[in-house]
Design a binder for this molecule. Structure first.
Ligand SMILES: Cc1ncc(COP(=O)(O)O)c(C=O)c1O
Length: 421
C-alpha cells in the first residue's frame, strides 16, 4: 500500500496518480520531477495559473504583516479593497460583499440571506446542479447520488426543476423549445407543490458545472429572471465554478444579459487560497442583523490580499478575453475531430469551461470512453477530469493563462487520447 493510500482517507476521490511538488502556469511537477499539463486548474480554481508571481508576492507580503485579523473584531484594508474591487466587476446593483471560506459556505450564506430578505422558507434548485457538501448545499445538489445519498434527513422545503440541457432533451418538444418546457415545469411546481410566495430563492449555476458543463439558452435565463421578478423571488447565481473569468467573461451570468439578486463566488477568487463571497445589493445584505451570519476565518487577510492580486491579474492580463479566444479555438478544433470520432456526441461550453460528452453508437452516455481518455491523458502526463451524473463528460478547464501554442500541444495529446476510446 502506498503512503497516499495508507494516509489519505479514501473518501477523497483520487482522479490522478500525481503527488505534486510545485506548479507554474499550466504546468505541475510531481515529486519524481516529471512535468504534467494541468487541464483541471484544481477544479476551476487556479485561473491565474499555478503560483502566479503577482499573487505569490501579495501573499508573501501580507503574511509578513498579519495572518489572521478576525472580521468581527478587526477591519482590515485588504478586505475593504476587495469589496470595492469585487463589486466593481459586477453590475451596479451588486455593491456589497461578505466573505467566507468555501463555495458551500457561500451558497449557504446566499440562501440564508434570501430567506432573511424575503421572510420565505422554500428554495428551488435545478436537477443536475452541484452546490456543495454541507447539509443545506447537498440538499440543493442533485448532480450525483453519492453527494447526498445516506445523509437523510436533508434540509426540507427544497424543490427541483429541470435544467435545460438540449443534448439530453427528455421532453417531447423540439430542442429549440426545450427551455420553454423547463419554464412550464416551474409553473407546474407552483401549481402543484409550492406556492411562489413561499419561495425565497431560485438558485442556478449560469453554466452547469459538475452536472456536465451545460450552457442554458439565453431565453431561459431571461424568462427565469422575469419569473423571479413576478413573484418577488431572489435569483441566486452560483458562480463558484463559472466565475472569475473562466467562461470568457468575468461572470457566467453576463452571457445572458441578466443580473441576479445574489451571487455566490469562490474557487478562482483568490487563486487557490480558501476564500468565497456572497455578493448582493447593500439593501438586501443589510437585512442581516449583526451577528446573524459570519465565521471565524471568513475574509482572511492573506486570502483577501491574494484575491486583490488575482483581480488585478485578471484585468491586466485580460484573462477573460484570453479564455474566450483560446476556448473558442479548442472547441472548434475538437469539433473538427468529431467526424472521425463518432463517440464524441457534443462539444460545448463558454471560454475555458468546455465539456466534451461521449456517446455510444446508439447515442447513450459513454462513461467508459471518458475513462479511457482520462487514463490515456495520464500516459501523456496531462490531467483531465470528468463531469456529469454518469461521468459521461470530459471537462477541460485549464488555467486561463494558457496560450494558443499550449492549446495546440494539448490538442495533439487529446487527439491521441480519443483514439480507440
Ligand atoms: C457550482 C458549485 N457550487 C458550489 C461548489 C462547492 O464549493 P466548495 O467545494 O468550495 O465547497 C462547487 C464545487 O465544485 C461548485 O462547482
Amino acid at each position: 500500500m502506498s503512503k497516499v493510500q495508507e494516509l489519505i482517507p479514501r473518501v477523497l476521490s483520487r482522479y490522478s496518480p500525481v503527488t505534486v511538488d510545485r506548479g507554474e502556469g499550466i504546468y505541475l511537477w510531481d515529486t519524481n520531477g516529471d512535468r504534467w499539463v494541468d487541464f483541471t486548474s484544481g477544479i476551476a480554481v487556479t485561473n491565474t495559473g499555478h503560483s502566479h508571481p503577482k499573487v505569490v508576492e501579495a501573499i508573501r507580503e501580507q503574511a509578513g504583516k498579519m495572518i489572521h485579523a478576525q472580521a468581527n473584531i478587526l477591519a482590515h484594508e485588504p478586505m475593504l479593497e476587495l469589496i470595492e474591487k469585487l463589486t466593481a466587476t459586477m453590475p451596479d446593483g451588486l455593491d456589497s460583499a461578505l466573505f467566507s471560506n468555501s463555495g458551500a459556505e457561500a451558497v449557504e450564506g446566499a440562501i440564508k440571506l434570501a430567506k432573511v430578505a424575503t421572510g420565505r422558507p422554500a428554495v428551488i434548485a435545478f436537477r443536475g446542479a452541484f452546490h456543495g457538501r454541507t447539509h443545506l448545499t447537498m440538499a440543493l445538489t442533485s448532480s450525483k447520488l453519492k453527494v447526498r445519498g445516506h445523509y437523510e434527513p436533508l434540509v426540507p422545503s427544497i424543490y427541483y426543476a429541470p435544467y435545460p440541457n438540449t443534448f439530453r432533451n427528455q421532453f417531447n418538444v423540439p430542442d429549440e423549445d426545450m427551455d420553454l418546457a423547463c419554464m412550464d415545469e416551474l409553473e407546474e411546481l407552483f401549481a402543484t407543490q409550492v406556492a411562489p410566495d413561499d419561495v425565497a430563492a431560485i438558485i442556478i449555476e449560469p453554466i452547469l458545472g459538475e452536472g456536465g458543463y451545460v450552457v442554458p439558452p439565453t431565453r431561459f435565463m431571461k424568462n427565469l429572471r422575469e419569473l423571479c421578478d413576478k413573484h418577488g423571488i431572489m435569483l441566486v447565481a452560483d458562480e463558484i465554478q463559472s466565475g472569475v473569468g473562466r467562461t470568457g467573461k468575468m461572470w457566467g451570468f453576463e452571457h445572458f444579459d441578466i443580473v441576479p439578486d445574489i451571487v455566490a463566488v469562490a474557487k478562482g477568487l483568490a487563486s487557490g487560497l480558501p476564500l468565497s463571497a456572497v455578493v448582493a445589493n447593500k439593501s438586501v445584505m443589510d437585512k442581516w442583523e449583526p451577528g446573524a451570519h459570519g465565521g471565524t476565518f471568513g475574509g482572511n487577510v492573506i486570502a483577501c490580499a491574494a484575491a486583490n492580486a488575482t483581480l488585478d491579474v485578471m484585468r491586466d492580463e485580460k484573462l477573460p478575453e484570453n479564455a474566450a479566444s483560446v476556448g473558442e479555438f479548442l472547441m472548434s478544433q475538437i469539433r473538427e475531430m468529431m467526424p472521425d470520432n463518432p463517440n464524441i456526441g457534443e462539444v460545448r461550453g463558454r471560454g475555458l469551461m468546455i465539456g466534451v460528452e461521449f456517446v455510444t453508437g446508439d447515442g447513450k452516455m459513454n462513461p467508459g470512453a471518458v475513462q479511457h481518455v482520462v487514463q490515456k491523458g495520464h500516459e501523456h502526463k496531462t490531467l483531465m477530469i470528468t463531469a456529469g451524473t454518469h461521468d459521461q463528460v470530459i471537462r477541460l478547464a485549464p488555467p486561463l493563462v494558457i496560450n494558443h501554442q499550449q492549446a495546440e500541444e494539448f490538442l495533439d495529446v487529446f487527439a491521441d487520447c480519443i483514439k480507440g476510446s
